[in-house]
Design a protein around this ligand. Structure first.
Ligand code: ASP
Ligand code: MG
Length: 240
C-alpha cells in the first residue's frame, strides 16, 4: 500500500517538529507501507526568500530558482532525519521526481509526472521525500506552483502513483465553515465535497491550495487534511 503524506511549513518548522513528523513516517515504513513524503519550506522561509528576490530585483526565472531552495532544504533535512532513525530514504527535487509543468514561472501547472525514479526508489524499500511547490519548466529549470503549491504536489503524486491515501498535515484540525482563528464558533467538517471545499477557498479559506482540490476532483482522489500536532480526525475532502 502506498501513502502520500505532505507536511506544511509550520508542521516541520524546527528540528523537533521535523523529528515528530519523521517518527510518524518511520512508523508507517516499519509497518511495511510505501511512503512518499512531500515537504514545504520550513516556517516562514518562503516569505523571506520572496523578500530577498524583491530586494535583489530578480527576474521571474531567477526568483523561481531561489524560491525552490526552501523546499529543497526541507527535503534534505527530512531524508536525513529518517536516515538517522534507520529508515532508508532519498530526497528528490521536483525536477528529479519527474514533475513536468507548463513552464509558467511563479504559477506553474503540473502537466505530467514521470514516476519511474520514484517507483524505483519505492521498490528498493526507500521512503521518497519530494520537495513540494516545484517542477520542471520543460527546459530543465525550476518552476514554482504558486503560494501553497506543495499541497498540489502531494495530490498530483498521489494521483499519478495511484496512492491509497493522500494526507495533508497542517497546523489546524481540518476544514472549518469559518476561520477558526477568528471565530470561536467555527465548526469543523468531518467530510466535505470538492465543490463545497472550492467555494470555501473562493470565500478566503487558506487551508488548501485551490489547484490541489481541482486536481483531486478531476482524478477522483480522496484527500485528508488535519493537524500534524494533535493527529486528530481531520477532514476528508471527496465526492459526498
Ligand atoms: N513554501 C511555499 C509557500 O509558502 C509552498 C507551500 O508551502 O505549499 O507558499
Ligand atoms: Mg498551505
Amino acid at each position: 500500500m502506498l501513502t502520500v503524506e505532505k507536511y506544511g511549513g509550520t508542521s516541520i518548522a524546527d528540528q523537533s517538529l521535523m523529528d515528530s513528523a519523521a517518527d510518524h513516517v518511520a512508523g508507517l515504513a516499519k509497518q511495511g507501507q510505501q511512503v512518499v513524503v512531500v515537504v514545504s519550506a520550513q516556517g516562514h522561509t518562503t516569505d523571506a526568500l520572496v523578500e530577498q528576490a524583491r530586494t535583489l530585483g530578480l527576474t521571474p526565472r531567477q526568483k523561481d530558482q531561489l524560491l525552490a531552495t526552501g523546499e529543497l532544504q526541507s527535503a534534505e533535512k527530512m531524508a536525513m532525519t529518517l536516515l538517522s532513525r534507520g529508515v532508508a530514504a532519498v530526497s528528490l527535487s521536483g525536477i528529479e521526481a519527474g514533475i513536468h509543468t507548463d513552464g509558467r514561472y511563479g504559477e506553474g501547472k503540473i502537466l505530467d509526472i514521470d514516476t519511474a525514479r520514484i517507483r524505483q526508489a519505492l521498490e528498493r524499500g526507500k521512503v521518497v521525500v519530494v520537495a513540494g511547490f516545484q517542477g520542471d519548466s520543460g527546459a530543465g529549470d525550476f518552476v514554482t506552483l504558486g503560494r501553497g503549491g506543495s499541497d498540489t504536489t502531494a495530490v498530483a503524486l498521489a494521483a499519478w502513483l495511484g496512492a491509497a491515501d493522500c494526507r495533508i498535515f497542517t497546523d489546524v484540525e481540518g476544514v472549518y465553515d469559518r476561520d477558526p482563528n477568528r471565530d470561536s464558533g467555527a465548526k469543523k467538517y468531518d467530510r466535505i465535497s470538492y465543490e463545497d471545499m472550492l467555494s470555501l477557498i473562493d470565500a478566503g479559506a487558506q487551508v488548501l491550495h485551490r489547484p490541489c482540490v481541482e486536481l483531486a476532483q478531476q482524478k477522483g482522489l480522496k484527500l485528508w487534511v488535519g493537524s500534524a500536532f494533535t493527529r486528530g480526525p481531520g477532514t476528508t475532502v471527496g465526492l459526498w
